[in-house]
Design a protein around this ligand. Structure first.
Ligand SMILES: Nc1nc2c(c(=O)[nH]1)N[C@H]1C(S)=C(S)[C@@H](COP(=O)(O)OP(=O)(O)OC[C@H]3O[C@@H](n4cnc5c(=O)[nH]c(N)nc54)[C@H](O)[C@@H]3O)O[C@H]1N2
Ligand SMILES: Nc1nc2c(c(=O)[nH]1)N[C@H]1C(S)=C(S)[C@@H](COP(=O)(O)OP(=O)(O)OC[C@H]3O[C@@H](n4cnc5c(=O)[nH]c(N)nc54)[C@H](O)[C@@H]3O)O[C@H]1N2
Ligand code: SF4
Ligand SMILES: [Mo]
Length: 881
């Protein structure tokens, strides 16, 4: 038994503290850290399942060049010499790094330093470009620096929380739970949810404003104009602490001359808009939370400023329970911002376009060749790779072939790039498939460093697992390449705390209060002090005390020291619906999956909640397009298409579709939604408009369908195929429009790559057009396959999956196997709702009906559902309704 390690969850930007312990049998237990200020003892379903994803079956273990295992020495010297050669021939701008908010601050710092001070170009960008770049730019415009003013505890002291483009119930579940509890403790707390679709987050809201997609700037301009006209201006604050109010209000009045006009342009009922404006006007403690619904927009920066303007006008900033609060997505999106990992930043919140700042950093780093200005932002960077302007790219901790817009073009760009290096923890991703050099990185639990969460809290992530294979920390790999390039003296790092100290020292270097980001008090930390760092919110004072809330003194970090209003000319999304492409495609996340599924996709528990990629569509639109709930839809934009299951729901407004972003080529044959998103970006932040593509949708006419449950992973063989992790096996759902002539031959191709000593049971019913087969090794069920012609019925999957728990399948089960159900029918628990206790929808409905359950608490007492992490509480509430 080891001592519990205190660390933080590696998923979302909430940054929950966890403790990890190993029991006598060697099994790890991950529990919420009761003392961590982010979660105070809570965890969501993803955090709760962390122990299940520690032992990844497909880790990248050794460095490889062109698929051949090589030594680290060979890998790093090859990278260094290829970089030097390309730089000598084509200049420093021909080399680029594409990094990630999932790296630790120390990794990020070293990557940024190597590129901007030693390779001497600005070409390091990060997946935060797809995530937070608009919020960063909006904060910088308003406050002079990228500063998130609020603290999580402001959610508890607020009297009004406005959630804009945030599905916190699924994406920041622990903060959502904190808001639920705050509302319970304080019934006066009001919640407004602004999102074109109704989500589980809307359940908390007193008013859900289901506005027309992309119209948020009109709404907030309307609010600004209304606040100004109705006596809600905080004149003292505006005159002492802000600039530009008149222009912003005047501009707002031109786009939003009346509440009526706002309601019409946003497609909202007048009374709802009035209620929102009145509540905002009359409540002093307002927190406005914003996330991807406005960031991922071609006018995302303006939208951020439109809502910040309302806080400036009313002076609602810098005090408890108020402020514009960007919920960050990735675990270390904030750390990346602090070290300047975006192509248009420098380091320590310094400006890459400012010659004095560049000189300051050059001095501090003793850098030979500083970048002379901003580098290419993600979308432009991959376009430059496509045109051959950038000849070498090193991707770390992100999967751009899935997550960037116009993903087929990204794939094509990498496919013809001279040198593609990818560092990742796992051995198979869509991006790794295109790498010439593959580098194994340590993952969560193995790596050592720090992260910063959404409310500026810096937390430690120490290791508690040994390194698998020859995997190394990202900063170690970068340091080795820096050494091979001849920069050993300036990259002397042996341990993470040395890098952290340097980062801390830079934040204080010639600062004198000019920059808010300052953690200089930590520049001399010993290794032991670093290990013992408690979660702390930056900036630090000289004594090392953190700061809960920024701007309490009404001073900002612009040249004048005043916050800047921005006059916002509301713009609509770039793509417009046409008769050929009549739907707006909105994309985002589901509760239990993380991004491109490299981690959550190996957990049966997390894969149960939403098993297959889907499109959510209003039932009337589905009817008009000839789509059936549960059928397969083909969604296309004229050149690219995806195939996903249809889910009809009145939560979706008419003319809009929602598709989750998670399914990569590793988990589906054709559900990667990135291929439908045009590479349209915000002109200031460069953030892509991932929420507003326009597309057409039609039924996919499968002629047959089926599923396979197999202990082995197989390659997908059909046009529609999804891979789902289940206990002891993988489940594949598939369908095809191409007629199938010989099902038995198909089955053999699918299952019998390595035949020998295998038992087959087969069943073919030509009249009913079904085919069923099972394959055994000894007494153990190895796989089973069920196929039927379109319209035919397939058995429920749960019972069959359960058979894979047996080492030797009992005779009775073997006899009923191809019937697809047990001789004595058990209960079908239905779709998993509670992932912690594996409780299904049918079980819950039955208990509600039969036992008269009337509250989520009573469901919890009866079935345990919802009593652990609480992520399913909104769904339980919905089932009660
Ligand atoms: N379960 C889970 N949690 C995650 C992640 C994950 O992969 N899975 N990823 C993390 C990351 S990196 C991020 S960035 C965050 C993202 O967290 P969120 O931003 O909360 O999540 P999304 O689902 O991307 O989008 C939020 C909402 O924006 C809405 N929206 C779309 N268009 C508009 C519009 O025009 N106006 C408004 N107001 N809203 C609109 C969508 O309908 C959606 O409900 O989640 C983090 N947490
Ligand atoms: N259509 C659409 N597209 C989107 C979005 C959307 O809402 N809609 N959201 C965007 C947003 S907000 C985000 S944040 C991105 C996320 O998109 P990505 O960053 O592409 O997604 P991940 O699956 O998180 O990729 C992380 C990779 O890093 C690896 N990894 C994890 N830890 C480490 C580590 O310590 N070191 C190294 N070297 N590798 C590691 C993982 O195995 C995985 O392969 O997607 C963006 N794309
Ligand atoms: S809310 Fe969930 S995913 Fe996010 S950090 Fe906390 S436990 Fe992890
Ligand atoms: Mo993100």
């Amino acid at each position: 038994m080891m001592n519990p390690t205190r660390t933080t969850c590696p998923y979302c930007g909430v940054g929950c503290g966890v403790t990890v312990e190993q029991d006598a049998a060697g099994a790890f237990k991950v529990r919420p850290d009761k003392e961590h200020p982010a979660n105070l003892g809570r965890l969501c379903s993803k955090g709760t399942a962390l122990a299940e994803t520690l032992d990844h079956p497909q880790r990248l273990l050794y460095p490889e060049i062109h698929g051949q295992r090589v030594s680290w020495e060979t890998a790093t010297t090859t990278i260094a010499s290829r970089f030097q050669q390309i730089i000598a021939e084509h200049g420093a701008e021909a080399v680029a790094f594409y990094v990630s908010g999932q790296l630790l601050t120390e990794d990020y710092y070293v990557a940024n330093k190597l590129m901007k001070g030693f390779i001497g170009a600005g070409n390091i960008d990060t997946n935060s470009r797809l995530c937070m770049a608009s919020a960063v730019a909006a904060y910088k415009r308003a406050f002079g620096e990228d500063l998130v003013p609020c603290s999580y505890e402001d959610l508890e002291s607020a009297q009004l929380i406005v959630l804009v483009g945030s599905n916190a119930a699924w994406c920041h579940p622990v903060l959502y739970q904190r808001m639920v509890k705050a509302k319970k403790n304080n019934p006066a707390l009001k919640v407004i949810n602004i999102d074109p679709r109704r989500t589980q987050t809307s359940d908390l809201a007193d008013v859900h404003l289901g506005l027309a997609p992309g119209t948020d700037a009109i709404l907030f301009n309307g609010l600004l104009a209304w606040l100004a006209e109705n006596g809600h201006t905080n004149h003292a604050f505006v005159s002492q602490s802000t600039a530009g109010m008149e222009q912003a209000v005047a501009m707002a009045k031109t786009t939003a001359p009346s509440v009526q006009a706002v309601a019409e342009q946003c497609g909202l009922p007048l009374a709802d808009v009035e209620r929102f404006f009145t509540l905002f006007g009359s409540t002093a403690q307002v927190v406005t939370v914003f996330s991807q619904g406005i960031n991922q927009s071609s006018s995302g920066v303006d939208k951020g400023n439109a809502l910040i303007n309302c806080h400036l006008l009313t002076g609602r900033i810098g005090k408890p329970g108020m402020g514009p609060f960007s919920f960050t997505g990735q675990p270390n999106a904030m750390g990346g911002r602090e070290v300047g990992g975006l192509a248009n930043q420098l380091a320590a919140h310094l400006d890459i376009e400012n010659p004095e700042h560049r000189a300051l950093v050059q001095d501090f780093w003793q850098a030979p060749v500083m970048a002379t200005g901003s580098g290419l932002k993600a979308v432009d960077l991959f376009q430059a790779i496509g045109t051959g302007k950038v000849k070498a790219v090193w991707v770390m901790g992100t999967n751009p072939v899935v997550s960037l817009p116009d993903s087929e073009r990204v794939r094509a760009a990498l496919a013809q790039c001279e040198l593609v290096i990818v560092s990742d923890c796992v051995s198979h991703t869509d991006t790794l498939e295109l790498a010439h050099i593959r580098l194994p990185a340590l993952g969560w639990g193995e790596r050592d460093g720090t992260v910063t969460n959404s409310d500026r809290t810096i937390s430690r992530q120490p290791p508690f697992l040994p390194a698998p294979g020859e995997a190394k920390q990202d900063w170690e790999i970068l340091t080795a390449v820096a050494h091979a390039m001849g920069f050993a003296a300036q990259f002397p790092y042996q341990a993470a705390h040395e890098i952290f100290r340097e980062h801390a020292a830079l934040s204080a270097y010639r600062n004198a209060g000019t920059r808010c980001f300052n953690i200089g008090a930590w520049q001399d930390l010993s290794a032991a002090e670093y290990d013992a760092l408690p979660p702390t919110q930056w900036p630090l004072d000289a004594a090392g005390q953190g700061t809960v809330r920024l701007f309490a003194d009404g001073k900002f970090f612009t040249a004048s020291g005043k916050a800047q209003f921005i006059a916002v000319q509301a713009r609509l999304p770039h793509a417009v619906r046409t008769p050929a492409f009549p739907f707006v495609l909105n994309t985002g996340r589901v509760r239990d999956h993380w991004h491109t599924l490299t981690r959550t996709g190996i957990s049966p528990r997390l894969s149960a909640h939403v098993a297959e990629p889907y499109v959510e569509i209003h039932p009337c639109d589905a009817r008009d397009q000839g789509l059936q709930n549960g059928g397969i839809a083909r969604i296309h934009n004229g050149t690219q298409h995806i195939l996903v299951k249809v889910k009809t729901s009145r939560d979706q407004q008419r003319g809009s579709l929602f598709v989750p972003m998670h399914w990569s080529g590793q988990f589906s044959s054709a559900a990667g939604v990135g291929c439908l998103i045009p590479a349209v970006v915000d002109p200031i932040s460069g953030q892509p408009e991932s929420k507003h593509a326009v597309v057409a949708i039609e039924p996919y006419q499968a002629t047959w369908q089926g599923f396979l449950i197999s202990r082995r992973k197989i390659a997908s063989l059909t046009e529609y195929c999804t891979t789902i992790k289940v206990e002891n096996a993988w489940r594949y759902e598939f369908a095809s429009a191409s007629p199938m002539t010989d099902w038995a031959a198909f089955a053999r191709e699918l299952l019998c790559q390595d035949d020998g000593g295998v038992n087959w049971t087969e069943y073919l019913d030509t009249a009913r057009q079904t085919y069923r087969a099972a394959r055994f090794t000894g007494e153990q069920l190895e796989s089973c396959l069920f196929i039927s012609a379109a319209g035919g019925v397939l058995p429920a999957r749960d019972w069959l999956v359960g058979l894979f728990a047996h080492d030797a399948l009992p005779a009775a089960d073997r006899a009923s196997l191809l019937a697809g159900k047990p001789a004595v029918a058990g209960e079908d628990k239905g779709r998993t709702v509670c992932a912690c206790f594996n409780v299904g929808e049918n079980t819950i409905r039955k208990a509600i009906a039969e036992q008269g359950l009337d509250s989520v608490e009573s469901i919890g007492r009866c079935l345990n559902a919802g009593t652990n992490c609480g992520s399913c509480l909104p769904e339980l509430q919905a089932l009660l309704g």
